[in-house]
Design a protein around this ligand. Structure first.
Ligand code: SF4
Length: 362
């Protein structure tokens, strides 16, 4: 970091803030005041921290930056899934989705307000059914940009968010350092105070990072985007499988379950003619039983420019019934957001393409 570069205040952990304040010869109780302004009162500038002396606020403003993200568009209505498109300070676009209380969200009854947040701008992993990877990877989000998605949605919606899923744009475990830092802030009693068991991180299958996450003390939940029960199917739709095949991935999951002593979830997007055969259901059941995992089936959301389609309702139900008959706790996700392009990356993709078209001289 350059000597003149400011520190983003919402990326600091409490102990780091205390250290920074010591460096400025300030009393440690100032740290309590500052996190109170940041995460309880939710002010949007250092100037508004009015119980700090003016001279101190000026020194803080010289030392710290204060990020915010701007809402570009919101799709959806109050009682349904709402999708938020944000512009970051460098102009990049990201998406988050607010999912209202649902009788069967992620396989469980839930009266919780959930948001699905992004961890990267774009994605390098190129899953064939996903819009987020269509324009490649730009950069990782910083911890404050991850936290800001929650704060901005709470402010705009008036809802108290109490469940977080890291399933938006990007591969969370490819940005593990910033994701862990953000989770600490989200979970902390001085931060957003959301319980670790109400925070779920998903991965497309980065086996070594799954083990690293297992070694973290946080009791967060893990969701593995399996989407195929064999290498043949996974290779077809998820390039990551050529690096970490199904067995390597399942071994990392074994490690995670053994260390965390908690049940993980397999996410499985049902795509017609690709991964919805009975044989896939039987093998998926075998993998799930090995790990005592739950399975969350998600009918595919069509993405403009991609070739896949969703199976018929009958096929979806048959797939579900095979899992259940084999003793696997499984749900078929009730659709939310199908009409507003809720699959990850689609709203950003449309908007960035429109903006580029507008920028091209006639
Ligand atoms: S599904 Fe996840 S990992 Fe795969 S391309 Fe989309 S954002 Fe990236």
């Amino acid at each position: 970091m350059k000597a003149t570069e400011k520190i983003e205040i919402k990326s600091l952990l409490f102990s780091e803030l205390q250290t920074e304040l010591q460096g400025l010869a300030e009393r440690s109780y100032r740290a309590d005041q500052i996190v109170d302004w940041l995460y309880k009162k939710r002010v949007d500038s250092i100037e508004k921290m009015t119980d700090l002396p003016l001279s101190l606020r000026k020194r803080f403003a010289d030392r710290f930056s204060f990020s915010k993200i701007d809402i570009v568009r919101v799709l959806g209505s109050r009682d349904t899934t709402r999708k938020f498109l944000f512009r970051l300070s460098d102009g990049n676009l990201i998406e988050s989705v607010l999912i209202p209380a649902s009788p069967a969200l992620y396989g469980e009854k839930s009266d919780r307000q959930t948001i699905c947040i992004s961890t990267q701008v774009g994605c390098a992993y190129g899953c064939k059914f996903c819009a987020s990877g269509l324009e490649g990877f730009s950069r990782n989000l910083c911890a404050n940009e991850i936290v800001d998605q929650i704060i901005a949605i709470e402010r705009a919606s008036g809802e108290k968010i109490d469940n977080i899923v890291f399933m938006g744009m990007g591969e969370p475990l490819a940005n593990l350092k910033n994701v862990i830092r953000a989770i600490r802030i989200i979970n902390a009693s001085w931060g957003l105070r959301i319980g670790a068991r109400h925070i779920t991180v998903s991965t497309s299958g980065l086996a070594p990072q799954i083990k690293k996450l297992a070694d973290e003390p946080l009791q967060i939940r893990l969701a593995v985007s399996l989407h195929g029960a064999t290498d043949e199917v996974r290779n077809q739709i998820m390039p990551i499988n050529r690096r970490y095949n199904v067995e390597t991935l399942l071994s990392a999951c074994d490690y995670y379950v053994a260390h965390k002593k908690q049940r993980l979830t397999f996410e499985y997007i049902l795509i017609a003619g690709v991964n919805d055969a009975d044989t896939q259901a039987h093998l998926l059941a075998q993998h799930a039983r090995r790990l005592s995992a739950k399975v969350n089936l998600i009918p595919y959301n069509a993405v403009e420019g991609l070739e896949w389609s969703r199976p018929s309702r009958n096929r979806q139900e048959k797939f579900l019934s095979i899992l259940r008959a084999e003793g696997v706790p499984a749900t078929l996700r009730r659709e939310k957001g199908h009409d507003i392009d809720a699959a990850c990356g689609q709203l950003r993709l449309q908007t960035s393409r429109q903006e580029r078209r507008r920028a091209v001289p006639a």
